[in-house]
Design a protein around this ligand. Sequence first.
Ligand SMILES: [Zn+2]
Length: 347
Amino acid sequence: MPVTGPGHLLALIRTRPHWTRRELLDATGMSRPTLLERLAPLFAAGLIHEAGSTRSEGGRPPQLIRFDDRSMVVLTFDVGHTHARVCYSGVDGRPLRFVSLRVDPADPGTIVTELLGVAAELGPAIGERLIGVGVGLPAPISPLTGLPSPSTVLPSFPAARMQRLWEVPVVFENDARAFALGAALSLAGGVVLGVKWSSGIGAGVVVDGRCLTGADGAAGDIGHILVDPDGPLCRCGRRGCLAAFAAGYALQGASPVAAARRVGGVLASLIALVNPRTLVLGGSIGAQPSVVSIVDEVVRSVAMPHSVGELRVVASPPEVEAATVGLVELVVRRVLSPDAVDALAAP
Ligand SMILES: [Zn+2]
């Protein structure tokens, strides 16, 4: 990536926290006046700062030039079928303050009022600088508009109203894809299949840190794959969807063990298609050790050995709220993209 404008320069600085102006000059090939001209708007916008010196000899020692994320925070709303989590995080995804609450997606107007009430109590705190808002929803997200499309669980959502509430970007993503992205960020690149399985069931395919969204923003919507035409009635109105057997609302507290076999069968097809290195299972049902072990066994017995030989099937670590981490990452990518930074730094 050639380093030209301030946006690309910031992208470089974010990955090189131990560099001074000297290293930046060497790496970019810019003249000193050009570098100083490109750095100036980044300093002015509070995006970089001088972070101490590399040595302590006479004269003014060279200063480290670092990305200034010290006061930056991201607000996220991770909305599922029955619960939502409102969180303020640092730009690295580290949670600062959060509240979980029960919600009813059938009543989206009330949900938004409740979510906003909680968010207002949480922050931002004095001295914090809100750079963006991320919203995860159990719905497809239109690649054209970036807004949620109607889904079985969430027939409507006042997304445009939410966008108008803040002067910073508001980014929407499907909840299961946000989970998959967040879970994949802690793993070493490659292809990751993430599955969020709690009240509903959905998946995301992450390739080298990017989650596939699909032509209609519905990639990973596996809950309504038909697995048995004579099966139970599903919330979508059809019979025998995977969700009608396995989703939390269908199980109603019953053991998910039998359902894990059906889920494993569907996941084996996805594994044959995308050949992931890791399958991460999350959500209140998906992360249960017995469920992980059955899914592991089923995918290995259904898919070919060359698709699963090196596959790891793991539970998402409970201490990491992967969906929140994924939403924060999406917001940071939007706000700090080279184009967005260039626009911000324009005179
Ligand atoms: Zn269905």
